[in-house]
Design a protein around this ligand. Structure first.
Ligand code: NAD
Length: 436
C-alpha cells in the first residue's frame, strides 16, 4: 500500500481547516445526515468487512456483528435519536452577583480533529470515535492502524463513499505518517493504542496545546472471592480472555484468585479451555508474527506452570489458549500487558493485601472485575482500586452501553466516550451570559 506524502497530508489538513471555517458542520441537520451516510456506507461494505477482518485477525462473523459493525450501528442510532437534545444550549441559574442576566452553557465544535486507531477492533475503535467527531460538529482525519491493511483499506472505502475528504478523510500510514500528522496544529486528537505511543501523542499535542483523549491499555485484574460462582467465573474468563485471541484492551489480563477456591476453579477452567479451544488456531489470529514471538519469549521466561496450551506458530500468527499457574508478581508474564491468549494465575489469602498489591504493581487499570455471590462485598474492593471501569460478575460488555462512559484513568488513559459522553468529549463547553 502506498502512503500519502507530507505535502498531500498538508493539503488535506488545509482543506479541512477551510471547510470547518465554512460552518457547515455547525448545522445539526448536516451532522445527522452525516451519521446516516456513515451508517449506510458501513452496511454497504458489510461483506468486505467480514472478509478483511478474517484476513487480518481471523475474526469470526458473529464477533464482527457484535463488537465491530453492531456496536458502530448502535452508537449511530443512539446519536441520531439524541443529538437534538444534546445540542440544545442549557440555561443555568444566574447568581445574585451577576444579575440581572441570563446564563447558558453552549457546546461548540473544536474544529479539525484527528483520530488514531488501534488494530484490535479496528472498525469499532476507529468509527465510534468518528461518530463523536461528527455529532460534535468537527471535521476529521482518521488514521487506522497499518498492521491491519485489509481492514484499513475497507475503512478508507467506507469513509470515501460517505464523505468528501475536506470534511472526513482516511490517511493510511504508520509511524512516519503519524509523526507528520502529529506535527500539525489539530484542534483535537483522539488516540486509542498503547501507553508508549500515547506518550508520543501527548508530547506532540503539547506543542500546539491541542486537547487529547487517550484510550490506552494495561493489565486488568479479574479477582475471584471465596464465595464466587465458579461456573459463572469460568464462563466469563473463557469469553473475556480468549475472544479475539486475547487482543482486547478490557480483557482480564490476569486471574487473581482466593487460595480456597483456586484448585476447583482451575480444574473447571482447564477443562473448558480444552473443550472450547481444541487446537492452536481456535482463538483466532494474533496481529503480527512479532506479537506471537513476544508472547513466546514471555512464556519461556516465566517461572509459572503451564496447565494448558503454550503452543505457538509465528508464521501462521496463532497461539493456543494458555493458562499458567503459580505466577508471582515479578514473573515475566506480569511485566507488561499481555494482549494475547495467555492467562497468568496469581493467588491471595487476604483481600486487603491483594488490593494493595494490585495498586502497587499495576495501578489504575482500564477495568477491574470482581466475582462473588455477594455483590455488595465487591464494592469496597472496586472503590479501593482506581480504574477506568469495573464490573461485578461480568466482563467487558459494559463497553456496549451508550449510557456508560468508556475510558481509562492514569496509566490507562484520560477522557471518555460513547453515547452522550462522545458528544461532550468532542465539544467545548462555552459559557454565555446575556444582559438584556
Ligand atoms: P499502538 O500504540 O502500537 O498503535 C496505535 C496507533 O499508533 C497505530 O495507528 C500506529 O500506527 C500508531 N503508532 C505506533 N507506533 C507509533 C510511533 N512510534 N509514533 C507514532 N505513531 C505510532 O497500539 P496497537 O498495537 O494498535 O493496540 C494495542 C494497544 O492499544 C494495547 O495497549 C491496548 O490495550 C490498547 N487499546 C486500548 C483501547 C481502549 O479503548 N482503551 C482499545 C483498544 C486497544
Amino acid at each position: 500500500m502506498s502512503y500519502p506524502t507530507p505535502e498531500t497530508i498538508d493539503t488535506l489538513f488545509a482543506n479541512q481547516k477551510q471547510f470547518f471555517a465554512s460552518r457547515k458542520t455547525c448545522d445539526i441537520a448536516f451532522r445527522k445526515h452525516s451519521l446516516e451516510a456513515l451508517k449506510q456506507a458501513v452496511l454497504n461494505n458489510r461483506e468486505q468487512l467480514y472478509a478483511a477482518l478474517d484476513a487480518d485477525l481471523g475474526k469470526p462473523r458473529d464477533i464482527v456483528d457484535l463488537a465491530e459493525i453492531g456496536e458502530v450501528i448502535h452508537e449511530i442510532d443512539f446519536a441520531l435519536e439524541h443529538l437534538d437534545e444534546w445540542a440544545e444550549p442549557v440555561e443555568v441559574p444566574t447568581p445574585e452577583i451577576i444579575a440581572p442576566s441570563r446564563c447558558y452553557v453552549s457546546q461548540e465544535p473544536f474544529g479539525v480533529s484527528y483520530i488514531i486507531g488501534p488494530f484490535n477492533y479496528p472498525v469499532n475503535l476507529t468509527l465510534t470515535p468518528l461518530i463523536g467527531a461528527i455529532v460534535g460538529g468537527n471535521t476529521c482525519i482518521v488514521k487506522p492502524s497499518e498492521t491491519i491493511p485489509e481492514t484499513s483499506a475497507v475503512l478508507a472505502k467506507i469513509i470515501s463513499e460517505a464523505f468528501e475528504p475536506e470534511y472526513i478523510a482516511v490517511v493510511q500510514g504508520g509511524r512516519e505518517e503519524n509523526t507528520h500528522l502529529l506535527s500539525l496544529p489539530f484542534d483535537f486528537i483522539f488516540f486509542t493504542g498503547s501507553p508508549t505511543v500515547g506518550k508520543v501523542v501527548m508530547r506532540a499535542a503539547a506543542e500546539h496545546l491541542t486537547p487529547v483523549v487517550l484510550e490506552l491499555g494495561g493489565k486488568c485484574p479479574l479477582i475471584v472471592l471465596p464465595d464466587a460462582d465458579l461456573d459463572q467465573t469460568v464462563e466469563q474468563l473463557i469469553f473475556g480472555k480468549f475472544i479475539n485471541s486475547g487482543q482486547t484492551c478490557i480483557a482480564p489480563d490476569y486471574l487473581y484468585v482466593h487460595s480456597s477456591v483456586k484448585d476447583a476453579l482451575l480444574t473447571k477452567l482447564v477443562e473448558r479451555v480444552k473443550h472450547d479451544f481444541p487446537n492452536i488456531a481456535s482463538t483466532g489470529k494474533l496481529v503480527t508474527s512479532r506479537q506471537v514471538a513476544r508472547l513466546q519469549t514471555l512464556l519461556t521466561q516465566s517461572n509459572g506452570a503451564v496447565l494448558v496450551g503454550g503452543e505457538a506458530d509465528a508464521e501462521k500468527r496463532v497461539f493456543s489458549a494458555t493458562v499458567v499457574d503459580n505466577v508471582q508478581w515479578d514473573d515475566a508474564l506480569m511485566a507488561e500487558e499481555l494482549f494475547g491468549p495467555i492467562l497468568p494465575v496469581l493467588t491471595f489469602d487476604s483481600i486487603e493485601t491483594a488490593v494493595d498489591l494490585v495498586n502497587k504493581h499495576h495501578p489504575k487499570p482500564l477495568a477491574v472485575y470482581v466475582f462473588t455471590r455477594t455483590p455488595d462485598s465487591a464494592i469496597p474492593i472496586i472503590d479501593a482500586i482506581q480504574s477506568g471501569d469495573a464490573q461485578v460478575n461480568g466482563v467487558m460488555v459494559h463497553a456496549f452501553s451508550p449510557y456508560l462512559p468508556f475510558g481509562g484513568v492514569g496509566a490507562s488513559g484520560m477522557g471518555e466516550y460513547h453515547g452522550h459522553y462522545s458528544y461532550l468529549t468532542f465539544t467545548h463547553k462555552k459559557s454565555l451570559r446575556i444582559v438584556a
